[in-house]
Design a protein around this ligand. Structure first.
Ligand SMILES: Cc1ncc(COP(=O)(O)O)c(C=O)c1O
Length: 472
């Protein structure tokens, strides 16, 4: 696609600073403002875990961008075209055709959401004792790899662990680290590399095309496969377009497909990039891998032509895939995230740099340098933000990192972050202003903050359900 064909915003056409959403609002959902007293009560009942708050007690919900996007009128119309046949729904074939068209993979297995696909690919590929190198762990991805008896090894570049490092592609894999994993365990123990587009836990940081090609070339030498977490790969394509030489005039759609061509398949949480409230898929190029996954899907999710989604969900997803790659959509999506981030930076609030794709990540270590990591600084910060203004964010630090399955000790990540995740097409610029003012107020009050102690800890993915109390 050449330059002229990529839609330009008015700001771009005339060299002005503004950007704007390529849509207007047709339906609204009221949100509730609460008093400080109500928020104190709600936070106490939720055990200082924002996942345990009731949504009606939240004013601006930045917990996650997962399943929280607003669908377009085309997607809502698509719901009415749901073919709810148990087998062979026409919406499945539409979805399959669009995954083939936009991602380029041959075989498609629908799942109810991303972790359903992670389960299937982990079951299909991992043998007990295997090692899975990847560009920083993701909670559910690693949980499924470990449940199959695998061990995840982080091979992301060192810059990713430094919240102030300005590397343009902090999601890249360090080829030296990957080579060292292969040398240490042997290629037969490394069945695949787990590569994620815009690395969530690093702050939404992208992977370059050059790095994907280099990982592919290294893996080809050893017969190792490369599987992609494509959850926010369209956002990753935006950063390649913006930052990588040779891609400025290529469309998001073309970049997405080229990137996927370096991989053997992908799992997807469609609840992010693809602008739907539920859904996921696994797509692969190898028929034997597909056969295993398509067999397990009927045990865990549903028949291989719906995999836990209704026909109407698959239709909305098929349409969402077309909308997610539109260049003007992506500019506005990332433009909004940047608007919030730049405001916070102007006010001196410490955030992860460079600003990533789906969220602003507050650096809780720099908010609360007096608080040891075992007192959960990021969990504390997320609670304080809610108490200030009813804004719900999420911890991405020691709580999310869980425990080492061998030693039982906390994993202690270098990054101790709070994620302000921006749902797509949902909030206005004024909501971003309210959020920035609330974060600034919590930052100004940082010296008096006291940490938390964990009083309930579930065995798996503890951040979802753990409970805390304030330290005296
Ligand atoms: C990078 C990444 N991979 C996988 C998943 C899992 O997807 P889901 O929440 O749809 O199960 C998520 C979502 O939280 C994610 O952000």
């Amino acid at each position: 696609m050449n330059d002229e064909k990529i839609p330009r915003t008015m700001g771009q056409q005339f060299g002005r600073r503004s950007w704007a959403e390529p849509w207007k609002i047709k339906m609204v959902e009221p949100i509730k403002m609460t008093s400080r007293e109500e928020r104190e009560r709600a936070m106490g009942e939720a055990g200082y875990n924002t996942f345990l708050l009731k949504s009606e007690d939240v004013y601006i919900d930045l917990l996650t961008d997962s399943g929280t996007s607003a669908m377009s009128d085309r997607q809502w119309a698509g719901l009415m075209l749901g073919d709810e046949a148990y087998a062979g729904s026409r919406n499945f074939y539409h979805l399959e055709a669009n995954i083939r068209k936009y991602y380029g993979y041959k075989y498609v297995v629908p799942t109810h959401q991303g972790r359903g696909a992670e389960h299937l690919i982990s079951r299909a590929l991992i043998q007990p004792g295997d090692v899975i190198p990847g560009n920083m762990y993701f909670t559910t991805t690693r949980a499924h790899q470990e449940l199959q008896g695998g061990t995840f090894v982080d091979v992301i570049i060192d810059e990713a662990h430094d919240p102030q490092n300005e590397h343009p592609f902090k999601g890249n894999i360090d080829l030296g680290k990957l080579q060292a994993v292969i040398d240490r365990w042997g290629a037969d123990k490394v069945r695949y590399v787990s590569l994620a587009g815009t690395v969530n836990m690093a702050g939404g940081q992208p992977v370059s095309m050059e790095n994907a090609a280099a990982v592919r070339a290294l893996c080809d030498k050893y017969g190792i496969a490369v599987y992609l977490d494509a959850t926010r790969m369209a956002e990753n394509a935006f950063f390649i377009q913006e930052r990588e030489p040779g891609y400025a005039d290529k469309s998001i759609a073309a970049i997405l497909k080229e990137f996927c061509s370096y991989t053997d398949g992908a799992w997807m949480s469609a609840k992010k990039d693809s602008l739907v409230n539920i859904g996921g898929w696994l797509a692969v190029n190898r028929e034997d891998v597909y056969d295993v996954a398509a067999n397990w899907v009927v045990v865990f999710e549903g028949l291989h032509t719906y995999g836990g989604m209704s026909g109407r969900d698959m239709e909305a997803l098929a349409i969402g895939i077309e909308e997610q790659v539109q260049d003007d959509h992506m500019r506005a999506r990332i433009g909004q995230v940047r608007y919030l981030g730049e405001l916070l930076e102007d006010w001196g609030v410490p955030i992860v740099r460079p600003i990533g794709g789906h969220a602003i990540f507050l650096d809780a270590r720099r908010f609360y340098p007096h608080m040891p990591q075992d007192e959960f600084p990021a969990q504390t910060l997320a609670a304080e933000l809610y108490l200030d203004s009813g804004i719900r964010a999420m911890e991405r630090g020691i709580v999310s990192a869980g425990r080492n399955p061998q030693t039982g000790d906390h994993n202690r990540p270098k990054l101790e972050l709070v994620r302000l995740t921006i749902p797509r097409r949902v909030y206005t610029q004024a909501h971003m202003d309210v959020t920035a003012e609330a974060v600034k107020a919590v930052y100004d009050a940082r010296e008096g903050a006291r940490g938390l102690k964990m009083v309930y800890e579930p065995k798996y993915l503890r951040f979802f359900q753990a409970r805390f109390e304030r330290l005296a």
